[in-house]
Design a protein around this ligand. Structure first.
Ligand SMILES: C[S@@+](CC[C@H](N)C(=O)[O-])C[C@H]1O[C@@H](n2cnc3c(N)ncnc32)[C@H](O)[C@@H]1O
Length: 204
């Protein structure tokens, strides 16, 4: 679904930002040979391993700016601006599988900051898990998985999707200065409470 979002928007965007890009190669795949500025942010150790591996394997990546940052004690916005991000340019933000690892306040703050960086026509694409998924209530398998990674990377943030999940996600985004423009829910077709969603948003 994130690939589809990239395909949909990439040609109309001037910048692409992936806060918490990790080892994802989606930016490399979709921006090679295109006139677009690409910024990937993540923790220094992760980016070092990523760049080292790309170099070892001979995969070109010279049009991507890698920015080391720790969200919990550094300003990712300052680092992004310092690396040449231009607030007047139409930007696609891809924030995939990151919010679940952050405290709620940090998720809100990060999204407000992202909204602030959005020139007209910019899009923020992101995903959210339900609180039931994060707490392990959703299923025994999920609970086991949560326990396995608890010590290294505990899951923290989810949205209450028990009643009217679309409205719950929309209202959360509004609090962050964003308007929801699209949502895909997961779980609905299985007849269970939604446990995950992928959302597109723009600045309010
Ligand atoms: C599950 S990975 C997702 C990676 C990528 N977006 C993807 O979808 O494949 C979560 C990423 O968030 C990054 N992350 C978590 N907490 C962070 C923090 N405090 N500062 C910077 N990055 C952080 C991790 O290093 C990791 O690469």
């Amino acid at each position: 679904m994130f690939d589809c979002i990239m395909e949909k928007y990439i040609d109309e965007m001037e910048q692409l930002v992936l806060p918490g890009a990790g080892f994802d190669l989606i930016a490399l795949q979709f921006t090679k040979g295109k006139k677009i500025k690409v910024f990937e942010l993540d923790q220094v150790k992760t980016l070092d391993v990523k760049v080292e591996t790309l170099e070892k394997t001979g995969i070109k990546h010279d049009w991507i700016t890698y920015i080391p940052v720790d969200y919990s004690n550094e300003s990712w916005v300052d680092k992004l601006l310092g690396a040449g991000f231009d607030k007047t340019k139409k930007t696609l933000f891809l924030w995939q599988s990151v919010s679940l690892f952050l405290e709620a306040e940090l998720v809100k703050e990060t999204l407000r900051e992202m909204a602030d960086l959005c020139a007209d026509g910019s899009i923020i694409a992101q995903d959210f898990y339900s609180q039931a998924f994060i707490s392990g209530e959703a299923s025994k398998t999920v609970k086991r998985a949560a326990r396995m990674i608890e010590k290294r990377e505990p899951w923290k943030f989810g949205i209450d999707m028990r009643n009217e999940p679309n409205a719950a996600v929309e209202s959360f985004l509004n609090e962050c200065g964003l308007r929801m423009t699209g949502i895909s829910q997961f779980g609905e077709k299985l007849g269970i409470e939604p446990f995950y969603c992928i959302v597109e948003a723009e600045k309010l």
